[in-house]
Ligand binder design. Structure first.
Ligand code: NI
Ligand code: MN
Length: 229
């Protein structure tokens, strides 16, 4: 059975039933919510990045360099990594899926900014995305940073656990996250991308109340682990 651990903001680590170790949107260095440092992660197999903003990618390249993990992200981000000496990444793009040894992953659309942190040339601007993971029979949707999208209706019936931004200002806020839940109909929702900065402070109790019976909301604190399935 796969396990999902929250590290604050949008950062998660996943360990699948077959022992594959994954980190998604690694931001440990300078993350006021993080429970561990990037250095605490060992033996990583994959690093997934939804988009290029600093708060989703800042520890990705150092983690890949140190652990030999495979970087998985948009074509542009993987090419940028290549220009920084990181070869062997797995490029994907919106709408495409791939059967990794641990399970299938599809990239989903997100509506957000495309800047890539560290790309001084501005050459590798990308389209941000999200990921839909199939992990030992449980489907986990990491929405990345996004506005509410009507396209989320296409995920209806395809998501067990939805990791949804609720911070407002840079992404969906709580009201839109409730509409996203109506579109997707996940069993479980984990709010992400809130409280890290003043601009995205939110009241999770009020969010749980707003969601009501639409889904079970799991408010994870950094360091919390959830068994999937
Ligand atoms: Ni962002
Ligand atoms: Mn962000």
């Amino acid at each position: 059975m796969a396990k999902l651990t929250f590290h604050g903001h949008s950062t998660f680590s996943i360990e699948t039933g077959d022992g594959t170790r994954i980190v998604v949107d690694p931001w440990f260095t300078g993350n006021p919510m993080a429970d561990i440092a990037a250095e605490d992660l060992e033996d990583l197999d994959y690093v997934f990045c939804t988009h290029g903003h600093e708060d989703h990618i800042v520890d990705a390249f150092p983690l890949v360099r140190r652990t030999g993990a495979t970087l998985v992200s948009t074509f542009e981000i993987v090419m940028f990594a290549g220009s920084q000496g990181i070869e062997g990444g797995h490029p994907m793009h919106i709408g495409g899926g791939w059967d990794f040894p641990f399970g299938r992953v599809q990239m989903t659309p997100a509506l957000h900014g495309g800047q890539v942190h560290g790309d001084e040339s501005g050459q590798w601007t990308t389209v941000p995305g999200g990921f839909l993971f199939e992990l030992d029979g449980t489907r986990v949707y990491h929405a990345g940073d996004t506005a509410l999208l009507t396209d989320m209706q296409l995920l209806k019936g395809r998501v067990d656990v939805a990791l949804l931004p609720i911070g407002d200002n840079f992404t969906m806020g709580p009201e839109e996250a409730v509409r996203a839940i109506e579109f997707i109909e996940p069993k479980v929702v984990v709010p992400i991308h809130y409280d890290t900065f003043e601009l995205i402070e939110q009241d999770t109790d009020a969010f749980v109340e707003k969601v009501g019976s639409r889904a079970r909301v799991e408010v994870m604190k950094a360091g919390d682990t959830m068994d999937l399935g």
